[in-house]
Design a protein around this ligand. Structure first.
Ligand SMILES: Cc1cc2nc3c(=O)[nH]c(=O)nc-3n(C[C@H](O)[C@H](O)[C@H](O)COP(=O)(O)O)c2cc1C
Length: 383
């Protein structure tokens, strides 16, 4: 028995275990309309069936201009919300919690779908690309396309778009909404003094640079019902001099919890041309550990401790179990390892000899793991 497979509360929800599929863009909306396709059902559905406690759908843009590539998913219209419904329904039916990461790439938007995210080349305007928006017209990495600084009015409109996307996420059946504030994308561009040189109320002091995220949290919390927890994914550190660091993250988390944030996920990096941080197994766990330690006194609006998750090169089941057992994080994200192994949680349970997992695995697959169907006719008939 390992705590990794103990349930954990997130607001009124219960995650059946401490394993989270983190958001991973699939860049696969060939129609370029932001509408999820059957791939999303198969990809996310397989990982829900594979035993994850929570499945987080990829960075899903709040506006067309916020997409990393023109083949990203969106939640800026009702057709997109409708198309997510079968995906969320299937995830929930498998006993996993369905979450979505809502996002805006800012100056890192408009990159080609075949080299997205880390691309050092733009998707040119005129070839399906667009001029991007950013706090100060400054690129977080070099080699991107034209970007213009948002006006005050533009910032306000975008905050509204985050609220609207969150409302649609709930309509689409998502049970948790995660705000993407990491990886050098728009919110992170506001947080970091490297990319935010504004002199108005959205830039300059720490108070001003964090205002955009605080306002987005308010808009998202207002837009969703009380039973839908709101999370934030941070780059806990830029790993750069005079930039965003873990002390900034801790201080901001302390302000966001009373505002309604119930889950914080700790990633890192995304600003600057080369990654300067630690590498290797569990390289970001210390960030989660520090936030957990320094927010232990806080309670969420649901009266619970904050759910803190760690992610990044956690591939070994024993390591995942140790991170949770040692109280370094409450949950762990398994990303790339789960791209090749959709049943990562089930395989981990087997490796760790945790029998409870029989109750959580899709009954259709029991024979593959245990040689027999443990939950026969009635379990299948209820589907
Ligand atoms: C294909 C791919 C797409 C990703 N897309 C996203 C994304 O949409 N949003 C995000 O916050 N992180 C994204 N990430 C980062 C992952 O969520 C995760 O934090 C990272 O891969 C480290 O965890 P891992 O070592 O377990 O893969 C992506 C990673 C990969 C490999």
């Amino acid at each position: 028995m390992t705590k990794l497979f103990d349930p954990v509360s997130l607001g009124a929800l219960t995650l059946r275990n401490r394993l989270i599929l983190p958001p991973m863009c699939q860049y696969t909306v060939a129609a370029k309309d932001g509408v999820p396709v059957p791939w999303h059902l198969a990809h996310l559905g397989a990982r829900a069936a594979g035993g994850f406690g929570m499945v987080v759908a990829e960075a899903t843009s709040v506006t067309p201009e916020g997409r990393i590539s023109d083949q990203d998913t969106g939640l800026w219209n009702e057709a997109q919300a409708d198309a997510w419904k079968p995906v969320t329904e299937f995830i929930r039916w498998q006993g996993a919690v369905a979450a979505v990461q809502i996002a805006h790439a800012g100056a890192k938007a408009s990159t080609p779908a075949d080299h997205p995210g880390n691309s050092r080349q733009p998707l040119p305007v005129g070839e399906g690309g667009w001029e991007t928006v950013s706090p100060s017209g400054i690129h977080p990495v070099s080699g991107l396309g034209p970007t213009r600084a948002l006006t005050d009015d533009g910032v306000e409109k975008l905050i509204g778009a985050w609220g609207e996307a969150a409302r649609r996420a709930v309509e689409a059946g998502f049970q948790v909404v995660q705000i993407h504030a990491a990886h050098g994308y728009l919110i992170h561009q506001f947080l970091s003094p490297v990319t935010n040189r504004r002199t108005d109320r959205w830039g300059g002091s720490w108070e001003n640079r964090t205002r955009f995220l605080k306002r987005i949290v308010d808009a998202v919390v207002d837009a969703v019902p009380d039973e839908v927890p709101v999370g934030v994914r941070f780059s806990g550190s830029d790993w750069l001099q005079d930039s965003w660091g873990i002390e900034d993250t801790v201080a901001l988390v302390r302000e966001l919890v009373p505002a309604g944030v119930q889950w914080v996920d700790l990633s890192s990096g995304g600003i600057g041309d080369t990654y300067q941080g630690p590498k290797g197994p569990g390289y970001q766990v210390p960030l989660a550990e520090q936030v957990k330690r320094e927010t232990a006194d806080l309670r969420t609006v649901a009266g619970q401790p904050l759910l803190i998750s760690a992610v990044g090169s956690i591939t070994d089941p024993q390591m995942a179990a140790d991170v949770v057992e040692e109280g370094r994080a409450d949950a762990v994200g398994i990303g790339r390892a789960a791209l090749v192994r959709p049943n990562w949680p089930v395989e981990a349970a087997q490796a760790l000899e945790d029998e409870r997992y029989r109750e959580q695995m899709a009954p259709e697959y029991h024979r593959g793991v245990w040689g027999r169907l443990d939950r026969p006719a009635e379990a299948l008939a209820s589907r």
